[in-house]
Design a protein around this ligand. Structure first.
Ligand code: S3P
Length: 436
């Protein structure tokens, strides 16, 4: 088991880049695989989650040059060119891989089994099994909640549906839209609030017949996708750890360059500003379908805030690091409408409540969120719960953690941190590069 020790830090200063966006990397390789022609993808996230997606596509006959690195050349096989995989597709820890690939593979003439690690095998798949079954796909998982492994049986074709999703989930929306590329007629997905829209942007960029109308997105089957070269922006969800680090370590000023600022993802910027953080967003530009910018964060004394509804959805993956910002802030932070966090890589509400208590923070868990009383963070021995974002958040807390038990000689000890590489390879080195 990998263990990380983080000591209290001096000011963080300088500029860094973060690895490519995880959500966009998954989509770039999936859509490049089923496009016609060759796509060159730069800035691909060479983290385990997105590499698992690429490996799965390679196992279905897609030639991908540079696999394991950040520059990929994907030789698209066209919408109907994927081949039956030789064995089960192991998607490791990645919920995005299993849900989006299920959409891509539903209703094919060949079958597939999709599985993952011990954490993924505890995540509910009914949310995609239900709409894909309505389209005529034969897909099922284990038990009432359709846990992985998921089995997709060969079938003669699927039909378009008009699906009102009970949850705002980009994974559900994307799975249904990807299946819709193969369906007879038009497939429409409507969600209660707008989740991240990377699939829609990229599908349009590649020539799919896609229409958006408020909270509804429709795609018509039977078209084709055209290969496009593509640069993956830096992942704002990874930048968030460095942003909060700069906001809470006195004397810091950090710039993160070339980060994606898709408005469905920028809740962390809005939330930190509500907490009195000093953030500037410069050099805003569009590179392909996604907006990009440089983000600078300066230390300031943070205050508590209320987070719910759409604001929370736009920062859904940032909950663990928002907890650390709240713990370092003066006053109370209330997080609501966050029940989805119970079915992420870990039960993030329970995991963060437990670990915050260990580091001396007063916290109350609620069914759909948390109430955090800001104050002093104390060094302790903590655990990632197998969750990369919990691990990195606790590491950031370590930068300002005081005291601790004597046997720890003052540092924060985080157990089980090898998972950090699922989304942010080079996280520790990035932090170190700012400690000059
Ligand atoms: C993702 C969507 C979100 C997010 C996850 C990545 C995606 O999940 O939490 O990390 O790439 O589509 P949900 O769609 O389940 O909310």
């Amino acid at each position: 088991m990998e263990i990380l020790k983080i000591n209290i830090s001096g000011p963080l200063r300088g500029s860094v880049r973060v690895p490519g966006d995880k959500s966009i990397s998954h989509r770039a390789v999936m859509l490049g695989a089923i496009a016609e022609g060759t796509s060159r993808v730069s800035g691909f996230l060479a983290g385990e989650d997105s590499v698992n997606t690429a490996r799965a596509l390679a196992a279905m006959g897609v030639e991908i040059e540079g696999l394991g690195g950040t520059e990929l050349v994907i030789n698209g096989v066209g919408l109907h060119g994927l081949k039956a995989p030789g064995g089960a597709l192991d998607l490791g820890n990645s919920g995005t891989s299993i849900r989006l690939l299920s959409g891509l593979l539903a209703g094919r003439g060949f079958g597939a089994v999709l599985t993952g690690d011990q954490y993924l095998r505890k995540r509910p798949m009914t949310r995609i099994v239900k709409p894909l079954s309505m389209m005529g796909a034969m897909i099922s998982g284990q038990g009432e909640k359709n846990y992985p492994p998921l089995e997709i049986k060969p079938c003669g074709g699927i039909k378009g549906i008009d699906y009102s999703s009970p949850i705002s989930s980009a994974q559900v929306k994307s799975a249904v839209l990807l299946a819709g590329l193969y369906a007879d007629g038009t497939t429409t997905v409507t969600e209660p609030m707008k989740s991240r829209d990377h699939t829609e942007r990229m599908l349009k960029h590649m020539g799919a017949d896609l229409k958006e109308d408020g909270l509804s997105v429709s795609v018509t089957g039977g078209g084709r996708l055209v290969a496009r070269d593509f640069m993956v922006p830096g992942d704002l969800s990874s930048a968030a750890f460095l942003m909060v680090a700069a906001a809470i370590v006195p004397g810091s000023k950090v710039t993160i360059k070339d980060v994606g600022i898709n408005p469905t993802r920028t809740g962390i910027i809005d939330i930190l500003r509500l907490m009195n953080a000093h953030i500037t967003v410069d050099n805003v530009r569009n590179d392909g379908p996604e907006p990009i910018a440089d983000i600078t964060v300066e230390y300031s004394r943070l205050g508590g805030t209320d987070i719910c509804g759409e604001l929370f959805l736009r920062a859904i993956d940032e909950f663990p690091i928002i907890c650390i910002a709240a713990a370092a802030a003066k006053g109370v932070t209330v997080i609501r409408d966050a029940a989805e966090l119970r079915v992420k890589e870990s039960d993030r509400i329970a995991a963060m409540a437990g670990e915050l208590s260990k580091i001396g923070v007063k916290v109350a868990e609620t069914p759909d969120g948390m109430i955090i009383h800001g104050g002093t963070i104390r060094a302790a021995e903590v655990d990632s719960h197998g969750d990369h974002r919990v691990a990195m958040s606790l590491a950031v807390a370590g930068l300002i953690a005081e005291g601790g038990e004597s046997r720890l000689t003052g540092g924060m000890i985080i157990n089980d941190t090898e998972n950090i590489k699922t989304s942010f390879p080079g996280f520790v080195e990035s932090l170190q590069s700012l400690q000059n």
